[in-house]
Design a protein around this ligand. Structure first.
Ligand SMILES: C[S@@+](CC[C@H](N)C(=O)[O-])C[C@H]1O[C@@H](n2cnc3c(N)ncnc32)[C@H](O)[C@@H]1O
Length: 293
């Protein structure tokens, strides 16, 4: 039975819990979160430059008005450059610690993958538990900040077969693959006993979810386990990331390949999420294990 939490011990607002997956992929209907604060803006009306009274429907996490939910790699680079990384938590993620044993499934030393990892403290914590840890992050600055902030010496080399660099800690078994997640294959990065996914699938563009699923499942060993932290929210006025995702969509993406167990559904609505115009925000943690064929 999944654990149900009503904001119990939830990382409070400011941070950090938020980062999700895209649920509501249908049409976006503007609510009046913007009109309430008189944030309606007029957009230039195209080639003739005429004013078009089109209402900006959504904001992003930084409360900038946006016309699209799609984040390019350049957008992520810009976020890091501008220090707009409020998604970064100053502690290990509570859901990783809470469901660590379920993720490990009795394994002692595991090879653990953290996709789209930023500079999360979870990487170091997993390494401290004795595992071989591999992260992936497209922004080089994030990778370098991780090593510097943990005072870890590292080397770097080109990744074979993919455009990017692998940063390797010299004193512990921890590597960061600085490249586009969607280019990864098990030939490039190997396969994993465990995958911890927070703010990765949840941050991926909704239109990329099929591709995301294909890559992440291809990196999981047949005996592996995948701890997936997602969100349920209405991306009507809030563009994301995180992007909400429904049970039905998760099933559609994974059920043919994996067994899916919902471990926790927790109310994480806080002031930060309210500021995005949301009135509901749920963290849903699932454990996925490959179906034996
Ligand atoms: C919402 S942040 C979450 C970071 C981290 N998982 C955490 O919990 O702090 C998403 C991260 O994914 C990275 N990212 C986005 N698209 C990516 C891609 N295609 N390949 C690799 N990293 C990507 C971003 O640069 C960003 O650091």
């Amino acid at each position: 039975m999944p654990v149900f939490e009503k904001d119990a011990g939830a990382p409070t607002v400011t941070d950090e819990t938020a980062l999700p997956v895209g649920g509501i992929e249908a049409k976006q209907t503007p609510k009046d979160v913007l009109t309430g604060s008189d944030k309606r803006v007029k957009q230039s009306g195209g080639d003739n430059g005429a004013e078009n009274p089109r209402t900006v429907a959504m904001v992003n996490q930084d409360l900038e008005e946006v016309m699209t939910r799609t984040m390019t790699l350049e957008d992520w680079h810009n976020k890091w450059r501008r220090g707009k990384t409020k998604f970064h938590m100053s502690k290990v993620h509570p859901s990783l610690q809470k469901f660590y044993d379920r993720l490990l499934q009795g394994k002692g030393r595991a090879r653990v993958f953290v996709p789209m990892c930023g500079k999360t403290l979870d990487l170091k914590w997993l390494s401290d538990q004795g595992h071989a840890v591999v992260g992936n992050e497209v922004v080089e600055m994030a990778c370098r900040q991780f090593f510097e902030e943990h005072d870890l010496q590292y080397t770097s080399e080109r990744i074979e077969g993919v455009d990017g660099t692998v940063f390797k800690a010299t004193d512990i078994d921890l590597q960061l693959f600085n490249c586009d997640f969607y280019k990864l294959t098990s030939d490039v990065i190997g396969s994993f006993d465990c995958i911890w996914d927070r703010g990765a699938m949840a941050a991926a563009n909704p239109e990329d979810r099929d591709k995301y699923t294909e890559v992440v499942v291809s990196l999981l060993k047949p005996t592996g386990a995948y701890l997936l932290d997602l969100f349920e929210l209405e991306n009507t006025v809030f563009a994301g990331p995180p992007h909400g995702i429904t049970d039905a969509r998760v099933d559609e993406l994974f059920a043919s390949k994996c067994n899916i167990e919902v471990l926790m559904r927790a109310d994480r609505l806080g002031d930060w999420q309210r500021s995005w115009g949301l009135d509901a925000f749920w963290e849903v943690v699932r454990l996925l294990t490959p179906k034996q064929t």
